[in-house]
Design a protein around this ligand. Sequence first.
Ligand code: ADP
Length: 396
Amino acid sequence: MSFQSARILAVDDIPDNLFILDSILGDVDGYFLDCVSDGEAALSYLDDNKPDLILLDVMMPGLDGYEVTRRIRQIKAAPYIPILLVTAHDQSSLAEGLDSGADDFIRKPFDIDELMARVRSLLRLKRSLDEQQAMIRQRDDFVARLTHDLRTPLVAANRMLSLCLQGVFGDPPDDMAEAIENVVTNNENLLQMTNTLLQVYRHEAGQKKLVRSPLSIYSLAKEVVQELKPLAEEKALALKLVAQPSDVPETSTAKTAAVTHSDDDTKEAAKKMEQSYCTEGDRIELRRLLTNLLGNAIKFTDSGSISVLLSVSQSPPTQIPSAQVIEVAIQDTGAGIEPEARDKIFEWFYQGDHMRAGSGLGLHLSKRIAEMHQGTLTLESEVGQGSTFTLFLPKL
Ligand code: ADP
């Protein structure tokens, strides 16, 4: 859109008002005016058209201007379209109009210069938002392409270095083998960071589509615990998975009935447990989330233990649309997180003031994945005592 070219939608139930708007705006070079006579028609128009500005009458039969504004603002996928509410002198509330999502207000009968100035100002806003969106899209494309292109040489280099380590080109001396192993580890870290970056941008660009299917969080947690156990053992940290049988109320007897993964679960009990922790979600994304949380717990804990606690709660956080909620609490005895850091921890690229390599993207991505599953991720932490990240997911 340029200043000279703008498509404007006018919505008014009184034909004379539309006629006046048309005679004022229709004469301006580059302005194209479309007119509809009620809120429903405006919403259907928006299904197929993306105007640069909407002039919306407030008092209309059926849907009034406030309601139409609210509904337009609920259309998340659409580009932002500025809305100018048009109202008679004696009616309507400026506050309600702006709160419902309109950008400006003009009272009838309007001064032509004032109307033109408001239209120009909102078209400037639209142009600047469109430019911003285009820049974000370009940046996302660039990062997606860059991260994608970085992966290939890293994978190839590691394959070649593994061949060197296997002695395919002659046995390497010990110090050379050690140096090569270091390079391989560094490359793997880089590869992991690149993968995370790529995932984050896919999520941010709204291109991430979940592949949902029913799955057991109990089984998934068990898998992730198994996979990361060697990392915990390397640091002599105890790692356990404790699942509360979900049909037993949360009492002290229930706690003793909790099943510990290291115990000899009977197959039947394990099956029941799997069923009690059933949710619908994208297995790969939820696995990524649990791996991030457990990986962090291990990375930021130097002594003590890490517990993965599973339970089903009847009192979900307000934003979760489900009567029963699966809670996965990952509890560590690490250094804990300062209160100021807790507020920022889920932001992009946030890293504490430690020297442990990372991207600062893992928690941002984890929260995003939780929310895409209509769940949430919270943090409780006590400096010097440890941290607990809790994932809440709707139970199927
Ligand atoms: P990364 O671990 O790659 O730096 P994350 O987004 O996963 O990125 O974590 C952001 C920061 O949050 C970490 O750098 C660390 O400072 C802090 N953090 C995350 N998990 C824990 C934890 N379990 N204990 C202490 N600090 C943590």
